[in-house]
Design a protein around this ligand. Structure first.
Ligand code: NAI
Ligand code: 15L
Length: 269
C-alpha cells in the first residue's frame, strides 16, 4: 500500500483526532473527517453518529482506508459503551465491507489486556499475543473490536491493524505514562505505517513511543515499518519529583491497565 491515500478519520474532534488532523496530511494522506460533534475549524467535516448506518456508508464511499478513533474512550455505562464501541463499530465495518474499503486502522487500547500482570525486572517484555484480559467494560469493548476485525478479515478480506494504544497526549502526565506514552509525532508515524504496510491481514500491535521504561514489545509495530523517535524518559525527573515512584502494591505498578484495574476504575482522566 502506498501514500498518498484518502483516509476517513473518525473521532476527528477528540484528543487524538485533533492532533492527527495536523500531523497526518504531511505524510500524503488526504483526510475526510467525521465525528458525532462538529469538528472545530473544519466546516466540511461530517457530523454523524456511529448509529447512523446511511451516513457511515456515505462517509466511507471512495476512501482507501479508515482510521477509526471515534467511540467512548473511558470506562462508562455499559449500554453507552455497547452503543458506540460495539454496535457502532459493527455499523462501521458493514459500511466498509459494502463499499469495498480495503483497510481499517482501529484504535484499540492497552485496556483490552489491562489485567495482564506487568513483567518484573529481567522478565521478557509483554508480547502482542497475550490473551485478552480486559480491565473494564471499556476494555471489553476493545476486545470485541479486535475480534470483529479478525472476523471481517477471515470472512470478508477487510484488513485491519488494531493498535493497542498506551497513552497518547502531548506529554506524559503520570509516572505510569513514562512506560505507555505515545507521543503525537510517533502516533502519526504509527498510523502512517499501519496505513501503508504491505498485507497486514488482521495485525494486533502495541502503540507507544520508544520509552526507556517500556514493559511491552513493540516488534509487531516495528514490523509494520514503525520507527518511533520519542522517549518519555525526558519527562521522568520532573514527574517523579512531583508524584514520587509508583507504590509497589498499586494497580499502576502491578497491571498493564494500571488504575483502570482499581475499584472503582477512574471515570475520567
Ligand atoms: P476522545 O474521547 O477524546 O475522542 C473520541 C471522539 O469520538 C470524540 O470526539 C467523540 O465525539 C467521538 N465519538 C464518541 N462516540 C461517538 C459516536 N457514537 N459516533 C461518532 N463519534 C463519536 O478519545 P481520544 O483520546 O481521542 O481517543 C481516540 C480513540 O483512541 C478512542 O477510540 C480511544 O478508546 C482510543 N485510545 C485512546 C488512548 C489515549 O491515550 N488517548 C489510549 C488507548 C486508546
Ligand atoms: C485509554 O484507553 C483511554 O482512552 C485514555 O483516555 C487513557 O486513559 C489511556 O487508555 C491510558 O491508559 O492512559
Amino acid at each position: 500500500m502506498t501514500a498518498p491515500r484518502t483516509v476517513l478519520l473518525t473521532g476527528a474532534a477528540g484528543g487524538i483526532g485533533t492532533l492527527m488532523r495536523e500531523l497526518l496530511p504531511p505524510y500524503g494522506h488526504e483526510l475526510r473527517l467525521l465525528d458525532a460533534v462538529p469538528v472545530p475549524g473544519a466546516p466540511d467535516a461530517i457530523v454523524a453518529d456511529l448509529a447512523d448506518r446511511a451516513a457511515l456508508r456515505e462517509a466511507v464511499r471512495g476512501v482507501d482506508a479508515v482510521v477509526h478513533l471515534a467511540g467512548i474512550s473511558l470506562e462508562s455505562d455499559f449500554d453507552r459503551i455497547v452503543a458506540a464501541n460495539v454496535t457502532g463499530l459493527h455499523h462501521l465495518y458493514e459500511a466498509v465491507r459494502e463499499e469495498g474499503v480495503r483497510r481499517v486502522v482501529f484504535a484499540s487500547s492497552n485496556h483490552a489486556v489491562g489485567f495482564t500482570p506487568l513483567p518484573r525486572e529481567g522478565e521478557p517484555l509483554l508480547p502482542a499475543d497475550v490473551p485478552h484480559r480486559p480491565d473494564t467494560f471499556y476494555g471489553l469493548s476493545k476486545c470485541f473490536g479486535e475480534d470483529l476485525a479478525q472476523l471481517y478479515w477471515d470472512r470478508h478480506g477487510v484488513e485491519t491493524v488494531s493498535l493497542r494504544i498506551g497513552s497518547c497526549y502531548p506529554a506524559p502526565t503520570t509516572v505510569r505514562m513514562l512506560s505507555l506514552w505515545l507521543s503525537p509525532g510517533d502516533c502519526a508515524r504509527l498510523l502512517h505505517a499501519s496505513l501503508t504496510a504491505g498485507s497486514v491481514g488482521h495485525t494486533v500491535a502495541y502503540g507507544s513511543s520508544a520509552n526507556t521504561r517500556l514493559r511491552w514489545d513493540l516488534s509487531t509495530a516495528r514490523a509494520l515499518g514503525y520507527a518511533p523517535q520519542d522517549d518519555a524518559e525526558v519527562f521522568a525527573a520532573e514527574l517523579l519529583a512531583e508524584q514520587g515512584p509508583l507504590p509497589e502494591d498499586s494497580p499502576d505498578a502491578l497491571y498493564l491497565g494500571g488504575r483502570f484495574c482499581g475499584d472503582p476504575p477512574p471515570p475520567s482522566r
